[in-house]
Design a binder for this molecule. Structure first.
Ligand code: SAH
Length: 352
């Protein structure tokens, strides 16, 4: 049993069952035992890998999309270049490298990173070669034009789960049985915020809500509406989430979500409809990652890079291109939601 599991069991014994959201928040961000607070989870030796760790092309194309949106909006200065949950800092480093040649962009921007993990902040400091301001939450980002990227950030935000009863809902909880963590259900209660889900669910079906995603989307969208900018929110999920999508990963394999709290990554699919509705600005139709990257020219970029490679390096480059774009790999599972100013146009890569 992990040390955090013991801590959670003691908490349940003292205070009763906890919500899935409390379990996720404690598992991921407990100050001394949390998954993200205590380790670098990425890469081959870690528990999972992400698009920017697979290829530099991902960050390059995102950088060019955001810089083009900045140019199209009249190159406002000063402005914010922000990333939510930057992991090792690889994506931001690639964005900055790719946009060096965009006239005036680097003079106009200041880089802001929203990162809760002290361990990952240290890695970001070492990777990103420029003056950076860190934030614990999005609330403190400056009120100015905002160009923002979030890759695999929203999937780590704590969700609550509700199982449909008759006209009400049973909240899924984490309880204790025979000295171990176990799932349980609360009593059936009305949930006014789930009224709209009574039309597309039947009894016993699970739906998920993510309050921090809603408040984050409201903050981003408010700044883009008031000051201009653009946001690219990339994650796995769909327009409307349905069913239990809570999952845990350890050493690149799925494990039971309650098996190793604090030592396995916990995520849930992102409900993009809820994010789009909470953002008080315009949004583009949800776009598969593969389509987004193709529209930004990943294939010619891949060919240009391939000319300089041979042997195993060339093979892994070809595999990386496929992994990012192919519908059977990340191309369709991952989606891009672009936010932009009311009456504006979406950043390049996204359909209008
Ligand atoms: N975007 C990176 C890393 C994804 S992992 C990549 O694509 O490689 C998730 C990141 O979000 C980590 O940096 C983690 O520490 C951070 N994170 C998770 N929950 C957070 C929260 N509530 N507030 C701020 N950062 C958070």
């Amino acid at each position: 049993m992990t040390t955090l599991a013991k801590h959670l069991l003691a908490r349940i014994e003292a205070h009763g069952p906890m919500t899935v959201a409390d379990f996720m928040a404690e598992s991921l961000l407990h100050p001394t035992l949390g998954y993200y607070t205590t380790r670098d989870p990425l890469g081959a030796e870690g528990d999972f890998t992400t698009a920017p760790e697979i290829s530099q092309m991902f960050g390059e194309l995102i950088g060019l999309s955001l810089a083009q949106a900045w140019l199209d909006q009249g190159a406002p200065s000063p402005c914010t270049l922000a990333e939510l949950g930057p992991g090792r800092g690889t994506l931001m480093a690639d964005i900055l490298r790719a946009t060096r040649a965009v006239p005036g962009f680097h003079d106009a921007i200041h880089v802001h990173l929203v990162e809760a993990s002290p361990t990952l902040r240290e890695m970001q400091r070492a990777t990103i070669n420029t003056d950076v301001t860190w934030h614990n939450s999005i609330d403190t980002l400056p009120e100015q034009p905002l160009y923002l990227i979030a890759n695999e950030f929203f999937d780590a935000l704590p969700i609550r789960q509700f199982q449909r009863g008759g006209e009400g809902w049973h909240e899924r909880l984490i309880a204790m049985r025979e000295g171990a963590l176990t799932f349980a259900f609360g009593p059936e209660l009305p949930q006014p915020h789930l009224e709209h889900r009574l039309t597309d669910t039947v009894k016993d079906m699970i739906v998920e809500t993510c309050a921090p995603a809603i408040t984050t989307a409201a903050q981003i969208g408010g700044r883009i509406r008031d000051h201009g900018g653009a946001a690219l929110l990339i994650d796995y999920g769909d327009w409307r989430s349905k069913g239990d999508t809570l999952q845990a990963l350890k050493s690149h394999a799925f494990v039971a979500p309650l098996a190793a709290p604090g030592e396995s990554d916990l995520t849930a699919h992102v409900d993009f409809e809820a994010i789009a509705q909470a953002a008080p600005c315009a949004h583009a139709p949800l776009t598969p990652q593969g389509v987004f990257l193709e529209q930004l020219g990943i294939t010619p970029r891949a060919q240009a890079l391939a000319n300089r490679l041979e042997g195993p390096a060339l093979n892994s480059h070809i595999a990386a291109h496929r992994r990012l774009t192919h519908p059977e790999e990340m191309g369709n599972l991952f989606k891009v939601l672009a936010l932009f100013p009311p009456n504006g146009t979406p950043p390049p890569g996204c359909p209008t």
